[in-house]
Design a binder for this molecule. Structure first.
Ligand code: FCA
Length: 347
């Protein structure tokens, strides 16, 4: 029988071997294998989004998940609607030994705090959709980012509204523009400024482009903003509507319907293309004419792939990547969504 001392020594030796084995894994690059073929720690990537209830973000997650299956990493999805939740989410990811994360922040001014926390925890960071803003009010261009060509897409909305208005023969004196704005978010401001610019350039009178500032960037926020504007302009017979995304424009359409407007006198174009599918599926057309379909696959799959390669091989992603949009309408959405791999029932 072993003495108590010998037993204690055996225990200590076993403990040292176990600790060495764990530390040995830590020191190796994640996602690889030892020469002997022993599997090492799997790569883990976080994906934090500000509005998990928005179909746009559900698509981003869905495509990031597809990347995790194709490339063999673990994806941790977290919804975080405010700063406190974001900070807790990052702590959580660090505690789970995640090596990096992608984030669409609920507030771009959290940028410096998010970047500092990621750095302190040794986590790689990629921002998506909403670009971080520093304490000086400027974009944090040192943080890797993938977003949309916001102004260009907005200009396309304005151009399409003008062309459709002309096609319908709507009289300018009876028509006004309801511009759903959310200026505290740069990507939103650029979209609506782009729509404004192209409408004015085409010949729409500036003074009849009315802003409806949203307090929150969701549909209820848009409904409130549109209702407030509508009470001020009972003289307008026909409305063109633009905004930062589908939720903004759908909110306006709902508010207009509340005042008796319909597809005959509302012409609204959203952005995202992912959050308006149910609207196109309605039996009768509504005032929601179309949307600029973005590329959720690139925002979800590509960002996850960039992060994976960065962690695994040290391949740094480009600092700034921009994606484009294309018009979908009630007549074309089925075909275009299918081509883009976006029809849920076709998966
Ligand atoms: C922002 C909006 C989303 C989507 C994305 C590309 O984050 O809130 O709806 O348009 O940009």
């Amino acid at each position: 029988m072993k003495s108590a001392k010998a037993k204690a020594l055996t225990f200590v030796a076993a403990a040292i071997i176990a600790v060495c084995a764990i530390e040995g894994c830590k020191a190796r690059k994640p996602g690889g294998a030892t020469p002997g073929g022993v599997a090492v720690e799997k790569i883990k990537i976080g994906f934090i989004v500000k509005q998990p209830e928005e179909p746009w973000f559900q698509y981003e997650w869905q495509f990031a998940e597809a990347a995790s299956k194709d490339l063999g990493f673990e994806l941790i999805k977290i919804g975080a609607g405010d700063g406190e939740k974001v900070m807790a989410a990052i702590d959580n990811l660090a505690a789970n030994r995640t090596q990096g994360f992608i984030i669409c922040t609920p507030d771009v001014r959290l940028g410096p705090a998010i970047a500092a926390k990621a750095k302190a925890n040794g986590l790689k960071l990629l921002s998506v959709d909403d670009q971080f803003v520093g304490a000086d009010g400027k974009f944090m261009t040192d943080v890797h980012y993938l977003g949309i060509s916001a102004r260009k897409i907005g200009q396309n909305v304005g151009k399409t509204l003008w062309e459709e208005m002309k096609k319908r023969g709507w009289k300018m004196e009876e028509t006004a523009v309801m511009m759903m704005t959310f200026d505290e978010l740069d990507t939103a401001r650029e979209r609506t400024e782009g729509a404004f610019e192209s409408l004015v350039e085409a010949g729409f009178p500036k003074e009849k482009i009315y802003k409806a500032p949203q307090k929150t960037s969701d549909q209820p926020g848009a409904i409130d903003a549109a209702n407030a504007l509508l009470t001020k302009h009972p003289e307008v017979k026909r409305w063109l509507v633009a905004g930062m995304n589908d939720s903004a424009v759908l909110g306006a359409v709902r508010a207009l319907e509340g005042q008796g407007f319909n597809a005959e006198n509302t012409l609204a174009i959203g952005i995202n293309g992912t959050d308006c599918i149910f609207e196109f599926e309605k039996e009768k057309p509504t005032g929601f004419f179309g949307s600029m379909l973005l590329a959720p696959k690139r925002h979800g799959y590509e960002t996850a792939e960039m992060m994976f390669k960065w962690i695994k091989d040290g391949t740094e992603p480009p600092k700034d990547t921009r994606t484009v949009g294309m018009l979908i309408t009630r007549d074309t959405y089925k075909q275009i969504l299918a081509e883009q791999g976006l029809l849920k029932d076709k998966k």
